[in-house]
Ligand binder design. Structure first.
Ligand SMILES: Nc1ncnc2c1ncn2[C@@H]1O[C@H](COP(=O)(O)OP(=O)(O)OP(=O)(O)O)[C@@H](O)[C@H]1O
Ligand SMILES: [Mg+2]
Length: 264
């Protein structure tokens, strides 16, 4: 992993928002390098700028200072090579599941049999056989998130950004989708940056977990997760897994309470 090329290079990013009532500092001096194929999880309290950081990486928000390089080139606008799964699902209700997945391909050019086959393959990959012609209102929350995942993966983005993709789902569905994400990552090794609020989820998925501080978000811990791949649910019951989640939790506690750090 250490010799893989750097896909994403973030240097000294800061971002504030000027609101009529006050200036909100969302991010401060963020530095981050992500290697090809790496799976990064971002943890941090609500309001610590996680979504803002993903939007900056996606080219949707411009930072006040610092810069983002994607494959060596300055990133200044949204790229087709960067896929984004947003914090809430945004399927088009008047389009079927298949038509929703075809959307990014339609935007890219004419859609023929090849593109349709791609979309169908992606829906099957996320376990939605038999629901291609359903409408979003006929789907459960977990199924909707699967459609969003298929739609994001259909044009094979080289960088995948996921903002709490499974946050609104029940624990069992969420676990199942995490396993699917692991399976997809094992198959295609997309470089991925995912925001989550769950420490065990971060340990199960990530090669590296970054912890953001309270607003303005700074990276206060960068923790490697040396669990072997392919990852399985069985690993979550091991002592190694327990030690990693505990260590991460302690890091977060230490940073949240400097007094604890002094006595540690
Ligand atoms: N477009 C915007 N205009 C004004 N303020 C914004 C905007 N986007 C984000 N903020 C502010 O920046 C801060 C960081 O927001 P952000 O959504 O990045 O946090 P987050 O870490 O993703 O939180 P959560 O875990 O709740 O999703 C918040 O105080 C938020 O109010
Ligand atoms: Mg957010």
């Amino acid at each position: 992993m250490s010799s893989a090329p750097v896909v994403l290079d973030i240097e000294d990013i800061s971002k504030s928002f000027d609101e009529p009532s006050a200036r909100v500092r969302a991010l401060s001096s963020i530095r981050l390098r992500v290697q090809r194929g790496e799976f990064i999880c971002l943890l941090g309290p609500s309001g610590s700028g996680k979504s803002t950081l993903l939007r900056i990486i996606a080219g949707l928000v411009t930072p006040d200072s610092g810069r983002v390089r994607f494959d060596g080139a300055p990133l200044t606008e949204p790229q087709r090579d960067i896929g984004f799964v947003f914090q809430s699902t945004n399927l088009m209700p008047w389009r079927t599941v298949l038509e929703n997945v075809l959307l990014p391909l339609e935007i890219a050019g004419p859609v023929g049999d090849v593109e349709r086959a791609q979309a169908v393959a992606m829906l099957n990959l996320v376990g939605l056989h038999g629901f291609h012609h359903a409408y979003p209102r006929q789907l459960s929350g977990g199924m909707s998130q699967r459609v969003v995942l298929a739609r994001t993966l259909v044009h094979a983005p080289r960088l995948l950004l996921l903002d709490e993709p499974f946050g609104a789902l029940d624990a069992i569905t969420r676990e199942r989708l995490n396993l699917e994400l692991l399976r997809i990552h094992a198959r295609d090794a997309q470089t991925s940056v995912m925001v989550t609020h769950s420490i065990p989820e971060a340990v199960l998925l990530a090669d590296r977990v970054l912890v953001l501080s309270e607003r303005p978000g700074r990276i206060i811990a960068d923790v490697p997760i040396p669990l072997p791949r392919p990852r399985t649910l069985a690993q979550t019951g091991t002592e190694h897994f327990a030690r990693l989640t505990l260590a991460l939790r302690e890091q977060i506690e230490l940073q949240a309470d400097p007094a604890a750090q002094e006595s540690a």
